[in-house]
Design a binder for this molecule. Sequence first.
Ligand code: 2NE
Length: 270
Amino acid sequence: ESVHKECLEEVKYEKSDEGIAKITINRPDKRNAFTPRTVMEMSWCFTDARDDPRVGVIILTGEGPLAFCSGGDQSVRGKGGYVGEDNIPRLNVLDLQMQIRRLPKPVIAMVAGYAVGGGHILHMVCDLTIAADNAVFGQTGPKVGSFDAGYGSTHMARLVGQKKAREMWFLARLYDAQQALDMGLVNKVVPLQQLEQETLVWCREIMRNSPTALRLLKSALNAAEDGQAGIQQLGGDATLLFYMSEEGNEGRTSYLEKRPPDFSKFPRLP
Ligand code: 2NE
């Protein structure tokens, strides 16, 4: 299965002149549960938003007021994962989680209604979460014979602490928006009618700030938790900055001009 913009079926994708991209899971009849195709379509959108230099911030949301996302679509769950038209069982939402973490632009989850199961993990791996007052959060995995032992467990523990993370996973309870705010799972709770407006306020504030500072901050905040992969991301950002400098370009230019590089004018700062 491959994805192109003109054939998005389970996701809506919009970009505004202000540089805000919006990705909407569009399966409201299933509380926005995801199939392998939904995930592939989301991944395509995130790649486009990453590559488009006009985009500075990305909103991830679900269609309608009832759900952000209810996790993997249990009706297409096969023996080795979720099964699409190609009959291959996948857990490609795990790749999507990593894509959101690695994406060098802020991603904001805009949550109305249920964010449960794999849907709850998607909001957790976003950089920020704005919730409507009707939002409901929680993991359901142990009830339906599933779990996420990656970011779904480890990042959750960083967000809410070890005891609370074990409570969320072992008991599989649901929590309202205020409880989620108190736990540090979300950044702000607003009345449902104000959700989009409030999210746009946050996006516009972010858009006014330095894209490079935001990029480095995101990779720095990820780095300790993501181990070698986090260093890879932060290291790549350092290389990007160096390639943009006169000192970095002296190395390339001297090579192309077949002369020794002259780094003498570049200070060795303390
Ligand atoms: C989300 C929740 C709590 C909503 O309840 P309610 O009462 O508002 O709606 P209802 O009637 O349950 O759902 C409406 C329709 O959506 C379907 C339902 O089956 C129902 O269909 P119809 O009866 O109208 O035909 N639907 C909702 N969620 C679905 C889902 N995930 N898969 C397939 N169909 C779904 C309530 O619906 C609920 O508890 N849903 C299940 C949540 C869940 O257990 N998700 C999977 C967790 S595991 C996971 O996501 C995962 C992971 O742990 C690790 C890796 C990857 C994925």
